[in-house]
Write a protein of this length. Structure first.
Length: 424
């Protein structure tokens, strides 16, 4: 047996990762589901008068907030497809925020982006060294990375930022804008159509308008990484070998794959993506580093990856959902979240009917009761407390994970210890 993997090797059945179980939604069905949810949202907007839930500004803000979550999720996807659980995404994002702002205010925003990626890669390299080489428990290593990153940036911030104009012990000097774009004509037309308040059409215009209005150039890069990740991991020999390390590393090794190398590469790339998400926060979302800036987005990104069933497309939908709920904090939060209670009640009732049709009567009854309680909350109040608005992204994270848990299928060897030659 040779030590290199040929094109014939990677097509061997024993190296092919097992297909996820469960029924996968086709693109037309997925688009139909999205259209149905948008139609329900439009009905809720008309009933409640909460026009802010689908306007262009709301959608533009949601896209901006979804990007760092999506990048963290992509980082988790790369690592876990190679069999390494990366709980340290939050810490790698923290490193990205600090390194990005530190380099950005001195040498420009794009340099800051590059250095932020490098900062995340350092965290990824450390996580790979501990988990792959020494087989330390992945969860323990990830938590240690988070603590280390928080402590290191808290120590370095005063040394790097104090004495500079606009800097302090917890905040960097401002970073120059990276720039954004708006598609002239199309943006104005969609904004005008959105303001009409028409059923579905105006809401669709708001959604599309958010994608072409005041969009950062770095957002384009982040969005392009989603199909790029899919192509690399599912359409290239490199991606097949990497995924085989997360499914059956012993079989991969028997066909000449250097499992350690692929795990290292995957986790370093994972850290780089998380670092890019952190740099986005300190350069685009806010033009400066601020202690506590990530606010748990690394963990929400991990939740988005799980919601997406370890697939880039599903991850993007999860990041968009969490970004949208997070944007409610910034734009008409109380009124909009109150309106979404009605949307949640409708979705729960529809879910109960669907479960009843499938003869799952007990889950259907429970879902219907919860839907009725949510509707009662909506009908008996005029607004929700600010604390509920702030907690909405995290509550949605828990609810979505609970509802999607039954269809999930993680890589078979994800998080399992592996030693070179253990299959002999």
């Amino acid at each position: 047996m040779t030590t290199s993997t040929t094109a014939t090797d990677v097509n061997q059945p024993s190296l092919q990762p097992a297909a996820p179980t469960g029924r996968k939604l086709s693109l037309p069905v997925l688009l139909l589901v999205i259209a149905g949810v948008l139609a329900l949202t439009s009905i809720v907007r008309i009933i409640t008068g909460a026009d802010g839930i689908t306007n262009v500004s709301q959608m533009s803000t949601a896209l901006e907030l979804a990007v760092p979550i999506g990048l963290a999720g992509l980082g988790g996807l790369w690592a876990e497809r190679a069999g390494v659980v990366n709980i340290g995404l939050e810490g790698m994002m923290i490193l990205g925020t600090w390194f990005g702002a530190w380099a950005g205010f001195q040498w420009g925003p794009w340099t800051g982006v590059l250095v932020g990626i490098i900062g995340g890669c350092i965290g990824g390299l450390l996580h790979a060294f501990v988990t792959v080489t020494f087989n330390v428990n992945h969860i323990v290593s990830g938590v240690a990375i988070n603590i280390l990153a928080l402590g290191a940036t808290r120590y370095l911030a005063p040394l790097a930022f104090e004495g500079h104009q606009g800097g302090s012990a917890k905040q960097s000097p401002p970073v120059e804008s990276i720039g954004d774009f708006t598609i002239p004509g199309l943006s104005d037309a969609l904004t005008e159509l959105n303001s009409k308040g028409w059923f579905f059409i105006s809401d669709l215009a708001g959604l599309l308008g958010g994608l072409v209005t005041n969009v950062s150039w770095l957002t384009l890069v982040a969005v392009a990484l989603i199909p790029a990740t899919w192509w690399i991991l599912w359409r290239s020999a490199f991606g097949l070998r990497l995924r085989s390390c997360g499914e059956n590393p012993i079989a991969a090794e028997s066909l000449g794959v250097n499992v350690y190398t692929y795990k290292y590469l995957a986790v370093i790339i994972s850290g780089g993506l998380a670092g890019l998400g952190g740099a986005f926060l300190s350069i685009v979302a806010n033009p400066f580093y601020l202690e506590g800036q990530t606010s748990g987005r690394g963990f929400i990104g991990l939740a988005a990856m799980i919601f997406g069933n370890w697939m880039p497309g599903g991850l993007a939908l999860g990041a968009g959902l969490f970004g949208y709920t997070d944007s409610l904090n910034l734009r008409g939060g109380s009124e909009n979240v109150h309106a979404l209670l009605l949307l949640g009640a409708l979705l729960l009732v529809i879910g109960a009917i669907w479960q009843a049709v499938r003869k799952k009567y007990v889950p259907a009854a429970i879902t219907f009761v919860v839907g009725a309680l949510v509707y009662t909350w909506y009908a008996t109040t005029n607004e929700v407390p600010n604390q509920v608005v702030a907690a909405t992204p995290y509550v949605i994270t828990l609810i979505v994970l609970a509802l999607s848990a039954q269809r999930l299928r993680m890589p078979k060897a994800d998080g399992l210890p592996y030693r070179k030659g253990q299959g002999k």
